[in-house]
Design a protein around this ligand. Structure first.
Ligand code: ZN
Length: 156
């Protein structure tokens, strides 16, 4: 089956009902199937839906943003940071190599800073309320770029 561009509206909550994110009121979110643009647990469930379908899709943490890894919580000296003045909640990219992570500052004291390299949604069971807005075949250009183009998607 040729790859498709799928457009959805979604409301994302965690399993306790706390709101996390939503596309409602804005443009639908479009992605290229099979490109890894969205988490696998969500993509697999949407693949079998049709345009107009609405579905509640629970995705457990391991199939969403993964379980939390305590080894990704590190304490470093302020002098090791790109900028010494940081606040709790700041984020920056750590490491030079490909696959560098986004670290979030979780604690700050006079000399040291605690950084958490886990995804902010790691360890959380998620619930997506999805409505399929459109499905169409992907263009050759979209397939070669690995993402959706067009008014609802990425543009150059
Ligand atoms: Zn492109």
């Amino acid at each position: 089956m040729p790859a498709r561009i799928v457009s959805i509206h979604y409301v994302l909550t965690d399993s306790s009902g706390q709101a996390i994110d939503s596309s409602v009121g804005g443009d639908p979110f479009s992605y290229l199937e099979g490109s890894g643009q969205i988490i696998p647990g969500l993509e697999n469930a949407v693949t079998v839906l049709a345009v107009g379908d609405k579905k509640r899709i629970p995705v457990a943490a391991p199939d969403a943003y993964g379980v939390r890894d305590e080894r990704l919580i590190v304490t470093v000296g302020r002098d090791q940071l790109p900028a010494p003045e940081v606040s709790v909640g700041d984020r920056f990219r750590g490491g030079q190599e490909a696959g560098a992570r986004i670290f979030t500052v979780t604690a700050v004291d006079k000399e040291q800073v605690t950084l958490d390299g886990n995804h902010p949604l790691a360890g959380r069971d998620l619930v997506f309320d999805v409505e399929v807005v459109a499905m169409r075949p992907a263009t050759d250009e979209e397939i070669s770029h690995g993402h959706a183009h067009g008014p609802e998607g990425h543009s150059h």
